[in-house]
Design a protein around this ligand. Structure first.
Ligand SMILES: C[S@@+](CC[C@H](N)C(=O)[O-])C[C@H]1O[C@@H](n2cnc3c(N)ncnc32)[C@H](O)[C@@H]1O
Length: 275
């Protein structure tokens, strides 16, 4: 993010940013319908000292890095067994499907801005207890105190107002519920984001810079991504797509490698006493 290519979107006015990102994800879900492509994140690779690789079904192996990101974010802080889980910015639904199939929650609802992404998710992921709905992170179509956990992976940089989004997270979480977040931000914005969490009433339980793990994952998938992109995308759009995908050597990848942009994960809790 925040490179010369994506910078104009990220740095545009909040309203314009929302519109541009919505159009972009609508375009991706509408124009690039490959149903085996179910994740849109940069992935996570554990380093030597971290937990051993998770056991996956053979069909999920191609998505290992993206699944590991979900696993680290969603299961890294809390046990989701028997819980009602909401994912905001569920994209093509692969993360919700992983949580529903592997982490034994009671229910999982995925919400995304893009009607195309929601339609694709509903068609592609038919799993008991899992549903998808179109909605805006800043005005969720959900009742108060409805979820034990809210998951949000690589989506919040698209929103017009982080404050409005966090207000909604707080509203829909049950007291004691967890907000499990991961995303990229310029290094200098770390304190701003932590202050936004605090102002929303969410208590920080875990915070981690996972940029090295994300870079390792990008190293592992760059060749495959480059090959896939070249198969589906017209030549003149290749640099844009490769940058967006964080392929090794692009400006997005380099800004992460240099530390100008950090990929962080946080686990936050709505106080038990909150009404
Ligand atoms: C980079 S993708 C990540 C998708 C998914 N979390 C994953 O990891 O595969 C970002 C997603 O956020 C969604 N999004 C952006 N702005 C949104 C908003 N205001 N409300 C809900 N979803 C939004 C986009 O439509 C897109 O599907």
């Amino acid at each position: 993010m925040l490179t010369k290519i994506i910078g104009p979107i990220v740095n545009s006015s909040p309203g314009l940013r929302r519109i541009l990102w919505k159009r972009w994800y609508q375009f991706l879900a509408g124009g690039y319908r490959q149903e085996d492509w179910t994740f849109m994140n940069y992935g996570f690779a554990p380093r030597d000292s971290q937990a051993p690789p998770i056991d996956l079904e053979p069909a999920d192996e191609p998505d290992r890095y993206s699944i590991q990101l979900y696993h680290h974010v969603a299961a890294g802080a809390v046990d989701l067994r028997g819980q009602d889980v909401l994912e905001i910015g569920s994209g093509r639904g692969g993360g919700c499907s992983y949580v529903a199939r592997y982490l034994q929650p009671r229910s999982v609802l995925g919400i995304d801005f893009s009607p195309n992404a929601v339609a694709l998710s509903r068609k592609r992921h038919v799993v008991p207890g899992l549903s998808f709905q179109q909605g805006d992170a800043e005005s969720l179509p959900c009742p108060d105190n409805a979820f034990d956990a809210v998951v949000n992976v690589e989506s919040s940089h698209c929103y017009g107002s982080m404050e409005r989004f966090l207000g909604e997270v707080f509203r829909v979480l049950r007291p004691g519920g967890y907000f499990l977040w991961a995303d990229m931000r310029p290094r200098e914005e770390r304190d701003t984001v932590l202050a936004q969490f605090q102002n929303a009433g969410l208590e920080l339980r875990q915070e981690e810079d996972i940029t090295p793990n994300v870079l390792l994952a990008l190293d592992g998938v760059s060749d495959r991504k480059r090959e896939t992109i070249s198969r589906y995308v017209p030549r003149y759009l290749l640099p844009w797509f490769e940058d967006f995908a964080g392929v090794r050597g692009t400006r997005v990848y380099e800004s992460l490698r240099k530390g100008d942009v950090q990929y962080r994960r946080c686990a936050l809790q709505k106080p038990t006493a909150a009404l």
